[in-house]
Design a protein around this ligand. Structure first.
Ligand code: FAD
Length: 343
């Protein structure tokens, strides 16, 4: 394998010294920037400062120029904009064509994408076309103080170990990053930067997929990553209807309902509500874990919550090890009492 890499280098594949700058993919849906973009700008700024380079965003869509202000105010020094009717809806072909061209023209050293549905599709597509590596689902990014390469850390083997990965010989170094893990930067009102318009031209054969209609699911209105209060339920609910009780409690506090994986697997609730390693990572002010045992894969997605309140009838459940407040008892007795108290 090393021999192949050396051979590639000898063939003059790329000169990594030509590459400079940190880029963030500014994912927008329906003209709304996704929260993970701001998290990536916060993290991207730290990386760029350590390397001593600039931070840019790359924005694709139709009539999206108005979003550049928000990107500057969250730390981007420049924004590359690809604006075309063909980019109105996300397609792997359309987005990858313009972004690969921009990467070839401007040679960023690092490209970060959110590990969203779109980022998870686009990231590998870009990596293949740019003949580089991609570390998916990162939870930590650091710059090596010696060689200034990015060290990308992600859970591996079912979350039982953390793998740190480097991309030694290819550029750009690319990562998708889990939403909800990195901190958003402080907004710098009125901050502005440079806008670079990308030339976009498509031939009919370029985009092989056509989006006929976009239908929003009800779940899309709920953003787990933005929620300040989350009431999550697990198998301890015993039945799908148990989530109605959690909904009552959540609504009393202006919160939303989430789930561990087991009820999702049982078909009691949609996957969009799943918190954990294979679901969403959340950081609310208060996280209620009701009838959730506290498996490591669940904890991985909610341990960043400011306060964790656990309700579980088994006092030796691991969830109590991460909880700030623990209530030992039957959730069907305790939650109605909490609702009464809130009333
Ligand atoms: P259980 O482990 O069955 O726990 C139920 C809990 O409810 C128990 O602690 C019990 O004491 C309590 N209880 C029962 N009745 C009551 C009652 N009446 N009142 C109060 N308490 C009660 N899990 C996730 O959550 N998110 C993930 O993203 C995720 N990803 C995974 C990825 C991999 C690769 C693997 C292998 C597993 C993953 N899992 C994930 C699954 C995880 O390992 C656990 O199986 C799952 O979290 C268990 O869900 P639970 O706590 O709801 O159920």
């Amino acid at each position: 394998f090393e021999a192949i890499l050396l051979e590639e280098e000898k063939n003059g594949c790329i000169d990594i010294a030509d590459y400079s700058g940190v880029w963030v993919f500014a994912e927008q849906r329906g003209g709304v920037l996704q929260p993970v973009v701001f998290e990536l700008l916060g993290e991207g700024r730290k990386l760029a400062d350590q390397i001593g380079c600039s931070l840019s965003a790359i924005l694709c869509g139709e009539k999206v120029s108005a979003l550049t202000g928000d990107l500057f105010e969250h730390g981007a020094d420049s924004v590359y904009v690809a604006d075309a009717p063909e980019l109105a809806n996300y397609t792997s072909d359309g987005y990858s064509k313009v972004i690969v061209q921009a990467i070839e023209d401007y040679k960023p050293e690092i490209v970060l994408l959110g590990a969203s549905h779109i980022g998870r599709d686009l990231g590998p597509c870009l990596a293949v076309k740019c003949n580089t590596g991609l570390t998916a689902d990162c939870t930590k990014l650091e710059i090596d103080p010696v060689d200034k390469k990015i060290k990308q850390t992600r859970p591996a083997f079912g979350g039982n170990l953390m793998a740190t990965i480097v991309c030694p010989n290819h550029r750009p170094q690319m990562s998708t990053v889990r939403p909800g893990v990195m901190d958003k930067p402080e907004v710098q009102k009125g901050r502005r930067g440079e806008i670079i318009q990308l030339q976009v031209e498509f031939s009919p054969a370029d985009i092989r997929m056509q989006v006929l209609e976009v239908i929003k699911s009800l779940e899309e209105k709920v953003s787990l990553t933005d929620a300040e209060i989350i009431v999550a339920g697990g198998m301890g609910l015993g039945k799908a209807e148990g989530f109605d009780l959690l909904k009552d409690l959540a609504e009393k506090m202006g919160g939303i309902v989430a789930s561990s994986r087991a009820p999702v697997d049982a078909g009691w609730i949609d996957h969009s509500r799943q918190v954990g390693q294979t679901g969403t990572t959340v950081k609310p002010r208060i996280y209620f874990a009701c009838g959730i045992s506290g498996a490591i894969q669940h904890i991985a997605g909610m341990q960043g919550s400011e306060y964790i309140v656990a309700i579980n009838k088994n006092e030796s459940s691991p969830i109590f090890e991460v909880a700030d407040y623990g209530i030992v008892g039957d959730l069907y007795q305790i939650i109605p009492e909490l609702i009464n108290a809130l009333n």
